[in-house]
Each structure stands twice: as structure tokens, then as C-alpha cells.
Design a binder for this molecule. Structure first.
Ligand SMILES: [Fe+2]
Ligand SMILES: [Fe+2]
Length: 461
């Protein structure tokens, strides 16, 4: 059962300076009000030949975050960007960015594997406190079975391994080679690659999300608890993914880096709402699914890069996909342990996350222009076969097999058995729905959408 947040009851927290008229706002940079700088610069501004750039005609100002006065389970946090048009930046799942002045209820979510779903009422700390003991009892297991899945830093690849060496005399030549290879890739490919890179770059959000989970969070920021060690090292491994894709794209000259950088800034500011309720049972089901989804997606961008003649990019994307698989193995093992120690709790968690649908981590993506950027990116990814509704169903089926849910019997109540049966029957139902959606899409006229990431050129969605 999904519900939309009752906005009349949900406290709304304005997280930015009050809106002001454009005329007043234009003077903000010259005034003593340092909260609203005149322009926002992104990293590309500082390496661009025409730095400093002219301020945009209608600057969008950086959000200023202020925490809610009182933590609440149902807080809808809004981020209002002055001056106009006044978007709500932080959307709960399924609530799209929309002007504040528009009154109709949020539109229904788009379909497809990336689709943000209607908001689940935010629940907090849904794991009963006594179950934290399950995770304490697994600390030794985590040290023995999880941490070895991390690679020592000295053995890890780094983005520099795939990129032109800027200290070399051959740098210019290598960049020209990179650009020649990138010239063979279609615009649609870059839309998907940017979307994947932006998703990776919101890594601070994902580390935060994992550290919301009761019983496994990093209590100090440098805790020796195996759960915390894992999370920090996982983050450090993940950090290379967005880094290499961003540097590649910058050198390729194929994307508007400033718009890409703005999208990253918006997304990190918006956060995410995976519906995991501070509950590590839900959290690790979510990460198991997500790691596999990213492995599929990066694997497919590797395949397409190779097909279009960019072998270096293909190797980079394939290497990222291999990391994601290793991470998927780790998170999948945690859920396996939970199924052994607490089969009822674990299978209910799997069913809960599947009922909510797995929300993609970048579902709150925004570039300051396209109100439906995430849906448009997801549609291009679906068309290119990088990540599709069928992939979603395949991942569900894979996890059912991996966790041996079909044969799970002992320790289940009637409710647990119903949850198991629901999950086991999900993939075929999803495939049928995907087929129907594909049939409908074939009858539709192809629709062109402008993407700021590719200099406002159009891509078919
Ligand atoms: Fe990643
Ligand atoms: Fe990952």
C-alpha cells in the first residue's frame, strides 16, 4: 500500500533564503548578504579558457541547508531556490520537481525500472531494537566474510590508469585520441553515461543512507566495527566510479560539463528516499538489488562503447561493473546470513522492499531546467538497452534464486510464507508488464527531448 504524504500535515521546512524579486536579487552579490552569492561556479569554470564565466542571466543560487527544527518521521523537506521559478528541489519519491505556485497534486510516477514510486509514508527506526543484536552477533562473520571482499588500495585500479597522463609530453596526443574515439559514440549514449556518472557522484548520499541504518552505522566516523570499516572502504572504492566517468567526459568535449556539474550538485542537495526506514534488513536488501542494477548498467555501457569503437571507455565501464559485482556479492551475503538467523524478518524485508519497488538512487535528479530529467534519462537508458524493465525483473529473479527463497520453509509464519510467495511470483508478473509496456511503446510516436547535458540537443525517449 502506498500513500502520498499529506502535505497539509507534513511540516515543510524551507531550506534556503526567502524568495525575493529578481530585481532585488540581481544586487545580492554586491550587498553584504553573503548567503546569496552572485553566481555559483562549478569545477569546470576554473579550467575553462573563458573563465571567469559571465553570470547566467537568471542565476540559480546555491541552496542553504537548514535542518528541520524538530526531527519528524513525516517531514517533507523542501528546498526553495530563489529567485524564480522556485522549484521544490527535494522531492519525496514519486513527487516530481514542480513550481511552488502550481497547486495540482503531483503527477503519477512514470513507469519503467527507474521510476520513482508514489511516496511511502516515511517510517523511521522500524527495526525492533532487540534485533540490533542480530547485527552485533554477525560482527565476527562480517570481519571474516565481508571485509575480504574489499580490495587492498595498492591493488585497486585508479581513474588515472585509463586516462591520458597530464604529466606526459604525449598528453595532448592522448587527449586527441580519446576525443577521436568519443566522436564515434552517439548523443544518446552520452545521455546515459552522464546519468550513470551523476548517479555515482551522489556517493555522499549513499554513505549517509547506509549510516542511517540502526545497528551497523559508523558511530564515530572512524569506528573499528566491521560494519563501519566495510562502509567506509566501500565508499572509497565507489568514489572512483564517478571520478573516472567525469574526467573522461570532460576530456571528450561531448557534454556540457557545467550542466552535468550542476546536476550533481542538485542531486547531492536533494538526497534520496529509498524507503529503508533506518532498518538494516531493508537497507541490505536495497543495496543487494542496487549493486546488481549498477553492474548491469555499467556492463551495458561497456558493451555499447566497444560496439562504437571506444575500447578504452569499454574497459573503464567494464572495470566499474566488476567492482559493482563484488559489492553485490557482499550485500547479498549479508541478506543470506539474515535469512539463516531470522528467516521471517528477512523474507518480510525482501517483500517489503519489492512491494515499494526499488527506487533508483538518483530518482531526485534535476539540472535546473528539465522537470522530468530522471524519467527522460531512464527512458533513454531503456531505449538503448542499458537498463530496462526486463533487467529489473531479471534482478528480482536472480535474488530469489540466490537467496533460495523458493525452498525457504523453516522459521516462517503464515505471513512469512505469503511474503515469500509474493516475492517468488514477482519476476514473471513484471516481465508480462514489461512486454505490455514495450508493445504500447512501439505504437507511440518517438518523442524527442532536449538534454542540457548535450548542449540542448535532442534525444529520443
Ligand atoms: Fe558505483
Ligand atoms: Fe556500487
Amino acid at each position: 500500500m502506498v500513500e502520498f504524504i499529506d502535505r497539509r500535515r507534513a511540516p515543510k521546512v524551507q531550506l534556503s533564503p526567502p524568495r525575493r524579486s529578481p530585481a532585488k536579487h540581481a544586487d545580492a552579490g554586491n550587498s553584504t548578504n553573503q548567503q546569496v552569492p552572485r553566481t555559483e561556479q562549478t569545477p569546470t569554470d576554473f579550467v575553462s579558457p573563458d573563465f571567469p564565466r559571465k553570470p547566467p542571466a537568471k542565476p540559480l543560487h546555491p541552496p542553504v541547508f537548514r535542518p528541520p527544527a524538530k526531527p519528524t518521521a513525516h517531514a517533507t523537506i523542501q528546498l526553495v531556490a530563489p529567485p524564480s521559478p522556485g522549484f521544490i528541489y527535494t522531492r519525496r519519491a514519486g513527487v516530481r520537481c514542480r513550481p511552488l505556485h502550481s497547486h495540482p497534486p503531483p503527477p503519477p510516477p512514470a513507469s519503467g525500472p527507474y521510476a520513482a514510486q508514489p511516496t511511502q509514508r516515511a517510517r523511521c527506526n522500524s527495526m525492533p531494537p532487540e534485533k540490533a543484536e542480530v547485527f552485533r552477533s554477525l560482527e565476527g562473520w562480517a570481519a571474516r566474510s565481508l571485509l575480504p571482499l574489499l580490495k587492498p588500495v595498492e591493488e585497486c585500479w585508479q581513474p588515472a590508469d585509463f586516462l591520458p597522463d597530464s604529466s606526459s609530453e604525449m598528453f595532448g596526443h592522448e587527449v586527441r585520441e580519446l576525443r577521436a574515439r568519443a566522436a564515434g559514440l552517439p548523443d544518446e549514449y552520452f545521455v546515459v553515461l552522464v546519468g550513470d556518472m551523476v548517479t555515482e557522484e551522489a556517493l555522499p548520499t549513499y554513505q549517509t543512507m547506509i549510516n542511517t541504518l540502526d545497528g551497523v552505522r559508523d558511530e564515530t566516523g572512524a569506528s573499528n566495527c566491521p560494519w563501519a570499516v566495510w562502509t567506509r572502504a566501500w565508499t572509497a572504492e565507489e568514489n572512483r566510479h564517478g571520478d573516472i566517468l567525469g574526467k573522461y567526459m570532460y576530456l571528450s568535449g561531448r557534454v556540457d560539463m557545467r550542466m552535468v556539474e550542476k546536476t550533481v550538485q542538485y542531486l547531492i542537495g536533494s538526497g534520496m528516499d529509498p524507503g529503508t526506514e533506518n532498518n538494516p534488513y531493508l537497507g541490505f536488501v536495497y543495496t543487494s538489488f542496487q549493486e546488481r542494477a549498477t553492474a548491469v548498467s555499467h556492463g551495458n555501457t561497456a558493451r555499447l562503447a566497444r560496439a562504437h569503437g571506444d575500447d578504452v571507455l569499454a574497459r573503464a565501464c567494464g572495470t566499474i561493473a566488476a567492482d559493482e559485482k563484488r559489492h553485490e556479492t557482499a550485500y547479498g551475503r549479508i541478506v543470506e546470513q539474515l535469512l539463516q538467523l531470522d528467516p521471517e524478518g528477512a523474507v518480510l524485508a525482501v517483500a517489503d522492499m519489492m512491494r515499494k519497488r526499488i527506487t533508483m538512487p538518483a530518482h531526485l535528479m534535476h539540472d535546473g531546467r528539465d522537470m522530468d530529467l530522471f524519467e527522460h534519462f531512464a527512458a533513454v537508458a531503456q531505449r538503448l538497452g542499458v537498463y530496462t524493465a526486463r533487467d529489473y525483473a531479471d534482478i528480482v529473479e536472480f535474488l530469489v534464486k540466490r537467496w533460495k527463497l523458493e525452498t525457504l520453509e523453516s522459521g516462517l509464519s503464515g505471513e512469512g510464507r505469503r511474503a515469500r510467495d509474493f516475492v517468488c511470483g514477482l519476476a514473471p508478473r513484471m516481465r508480462r508488464a514489461a512486454e505490455r509496456a514495450e508493445d504500447r511503446a512501439k505504437k507511440d510516436e518517438p518523442r524527442m527531448v532536449k538534454f542540457s547535458w548535450i548542449f540542448d540537443r535532442e534525444a529520443v525517449v
